[in-house]
Design a binder for this molecule. Sequence first.
Ligand code: FES
Ligand SMILES: [Fe+2]
Length: 469
Amino acid sequence: MDDIVNRDVNPARPDRGPGDTYGEILARDAVPAPVFFKELPDTDIGTESTPVSRYFDPDFFQKEVDYMWPKVWHWACREEEIPEVGDHVIYEFVGKSFIIVRSAPDEIKALYNSCLHRGRMLAECDGSSATFRCPFHGMEWNADGTLHANPFDWDMPQWRDRALNLPEARVALWGGFVFMNMDHDGPSLEQVLAPIPEHFERYDFENRYKAAHVTKKMRANWKATSEAFIEAHHIIGTHRQSLPMSADINTQYDHPSDYVSRQFTAHGVQSPHIDETLSEQEIFNAFMGGGVDPEANPEMRVPVGMTARAFAAQMLRDMLSAETGHDYSHAGDNELTDSLPYNVFPHINFWAGMFSNLVYRFRPDGMDPESSIMDIVLLKPVPKDGPRPKPAAVRHLDYDEPVTDAAEELGMLLARVFDQDVSNLRYVQDGMRASASRVVDFTSYMEGRIRRTHQMIGDMIARGEASDG
Ligand code: FES
Ligand SMILES: [Fe+2]
């Protein structure tokens, strides 16, 4: 592991990393990947620099608050969290607060969490109630947002003949997630998510359950935090232990639409950064997080003639079948071993795959440009026989609490990897403030998704300012 090298690029593909493409790795797999993993035609995203002020300037932050956040789709909660009428979850971002409530057996609403009288928040936490009664002066609304009682109706002549329903944001559902958007006129959720619903059909998100949900506060702008999770260049610097099992610079990046991008990194294959050729057993050991002793555990020995990747995929396929009772014989090796995140502009990641699916969401922490909240959700398949497990309660981690404090929820291996990412963030934020160039420079291919997100944010702000005149 000391002999980390920078290999020459493949002359046939000078704009890509050295070694095999992700497609070439897939072509050798024992159980092939579905066709939608195929590389898409290149998208020219440019190479312009990005001002660091976008990460801390209060004026830029305010522009995002005014022109971006109110116009994007958010996943607010899972349907399984609000199964009964009156069940509700509070969802908040940049000073906005919504009550996501099951208002009827087949209806979910996102009500503005603000009393029509003098603005007090109506609900302070998740819960279940037939009505929302304002603790300040006692006005009360039904779960569907219609007025239930106004104790001082006689004293509000200006409200007579006026509908007093709580205002609502737009709601749409996909894959067991409840989405909301403050903008009633923009693109539909269907338009924004495409092609995710089609590609994720085989992962059946509706029949997954929330096995873990951790929120972690970070001392970095929401974009800096999100950007730490959407490229594989940081593996050599931040997750060096993964190089023996992660084809980091062979990662494939695609832009299926303006709103959706994706990133496929093969695991169970060594990084081109490592000069020596590792044995399949060494690669498998690294895949398992180290500590594998095939002498003591012969079932952990990679059979002669088999790759670590195929062995790991088959092991996970068998484990998942035993755990859930479902048949995974059709699951591609990559759907069991690889990291396969799809990003939805500007702040959501859904991981494809058969195994536990990670879902992320990034938001500013309140109105602070220099802090953020990352939600980490783990979805698992509902067992074929037996009841649907209850969704996990949210575990909140403050700024100085490591993700390993939630190792019980996420598993120690994953929690440690998150902590490696988190360890950079406050220094990324401070370093950007200290920059002499006043810009950051994303790479052309592997960080193109970050650049595209910045372009989209810039476009939304420009459109918003133009319409303000
Ligand atoms: S602020 Fe809610 S009843 Fe007065
Ligand atoms: Fe990372």
